[in-house]
Design a protein. Structure first.
Length: 116
C-alpha cells in the first residue's frame, strides 16, 4: 500500500510536480512536509492492510482519533482527509489503484458543521 500511495503522490507524470496542481510555482516546502507527515500517519495506521480492505468506518475512527487523542484541529483533519482523498483519486486515475478507500468519507468542515 505504501508504494502505491507514494506513487499517487509523486506520480509517473513527466511534468514537474507543481504543474500537476495547476500553478506555475512549486508547492511551498511546508506544504510538502505536511503532506509527507499525513501520508506517514496514514500508513502507520493502515499500511498493514490492503487498500481495498480499508473501510469508511475505520477512516472515521482515524479522524476521531486525530481529533480526540492527538488534539488536532477540525480544519487540520479536514485538510488531511482532502489531501489523502485526492492522492488516492490520482492513484485510481493513473490505474495504480483499483479503489479509493476514502471515496465515501467526508472531510471535516473548518467551522465545525460536520458531526462526528
Amino acid at each position: 500500500m505504501a508504494a502505491a500511495l507514494r506513487r499517487s503522490l509523486t506520480g509517473p507524470s513527466p511534468d514537474p510536480p507543481h504543474t500537476l496542481h495547476g500553478t506555475s510555482s512549486p508547492p511551498h516546502p511546508t506544504t510538502i512536509s505536511k503532506a509527507r507527515s499525513e501520508v506517514k500517519r496514514f500508513i502507520e495506521r493502515f499500511g498493514h492492510q490492503p487498500i481495498d480492505s480499508i473501510r469508511a468506518v475505520e477512516v472515521e475512527q482515524y479522524k476521531r482519533s486525530r481529533l480526540l487523542d492527538y488534539k488536532a484541529a477540525k480544519e487540520t483533519v479536514g485538510k488531511e482527509i482532502r489531501r489523502l482523498k485526492a492522492a488516492f483519486n490520482r492513484g485510481v486515475e493513473w490505474k495504480e489503484l483499483d479503489v479509493n478507500p476514502l471515496s465515501s468519507v467526508k472531510a471535516l468542515a473548518a467551522c465545525g458543521r460536520q458531526v462526528l
